[in-house]
Structures are given as structure tokens and as C-alpha cells.
Design a protein around this ligand. Structure first.
Ligand code: FES
Length: 150
């Protein structure tokens, strides 16, 4: 057990955890950020997708110790300066079905648009192909990314 200072959604937090604790559990259990979803726990489903230093990352396969100096943004922090265009598009097109994977989908889409404000369909598919949606909302997800990019 050690103390780590994490920068999450623009605020510093001190947490006392084992250094190898997955960041996913620190965010959910220590900081109450339950928008970060647990799906597979091994980095393949995308449910936990958040941003680390502005890039889409998977907190289930990143440790607390590795995260100490990073700027972490969860879906809760995406709208801290007002509703993010991706979230607005998601609502406008009623993308979510069961909703479980959607925070991760939104965070992957936001990271894509941050680095490529006008992605073509191939870029959208490439950026989101490792975010699994068991309801199959992929056509609406792609449409919402295109809407958010306008
Ligand atoms: Fe992190 Fe599946 S829970 S990728």
C-alpha cells in the first residue's frame, strides 16, 4: 500500500492503494467514478475507455502506479466545460440501447475527434472497432461521430 496522487478530471486526488491496483478500480472504488465500466478487465472490450494525457486508454490494464503523473479524464470529466459535442450527438441520435458500453464508446469517439476533427468512415471504424457493443448500436455510433464532427 502506498499513497499516489492522481490527476483526474482536472482535480488532484490522493489515494492509498497497492501500486499494481488497476486504475479502473481506483477510479470506480476510490473516486466513485462509475462511468468507467468494467467489462472484460483485460483490455479488449473498451468498456472502461478513458483518456490518459488526451489519448484513449484502458484503465483496466493500467496500474495506479503507472498513472500517478498522468492527466486522466473519465466520461464524468468530459463535460466539465459544458456538454461535449460527442455527448450532444449521442443524445440527438439516441445512440444508447442498454447503455453499458456507451461511456467507453463516447470516450473513444472524443479522443478520435481530438486528433482528427473530420474523420472519414474508415477512420471512425478503425478508432472504434475495439469498443464492443453487445446491442449492436454500431450504425448509430458511427452516425453520431459524423454528427459530432460537423
Ligand atoms: Fe477495460 Fe474491457 S474492461 S477493456
Amino acid at each position: 500500500m502506498a499513497r499516489y496522487t492522481l490527476r483526474v478530471n482536472g482535480e488532484k486526488h490522493e489515494v492509498d492503494v497497492d501500486g499494481d491496483t488497476p486504475l479502473l478500480w481506483v477510479l470506480r472504488d476510490e473516486l466513485g467514478l462509475t462511468g468507467v465500466k468494467y467489462g472484460c478487465g483485460v483490455g479488449v472490450c473498451g468498456a472502461c475507455t478513458s483518456h490518459v494525457d488526451g489519448v484513449a486508454a484502458r484503465p483496466c490494464v493500467r496500474t495506479a502506479a503507472e498513472s500517478a503523473d498522468a492527466a486522466i479524464t473519465t466520461v464524468e470529466g468530459l463535460s466539465r466545460d459544458g456538454e461535449h459535442p460527442v455527448q450532444r450527438a449521442w443524445r440527438a441520435l439516441d445512440v444508447a440501447q442498454c447503455g453499458y458500453c456507451q461511456p467507453g464508446q463516447v470516450m473513444a469517439a472524443a479522443a478520435l475527434l481530438a486528433r482528427d476533427p473530420d474523420p472519414d468512415d474508415a477512420a471512425i471504424v478503425a478508432a472504434l472497432r475495439d469498443n464492443v457493443c453487445r446491442c449492436g448500436t454500431y450504425p448509430r455510433i458511427r452516425a453520431a461521430v459524423r454528427l459530432a464532427a460537423r
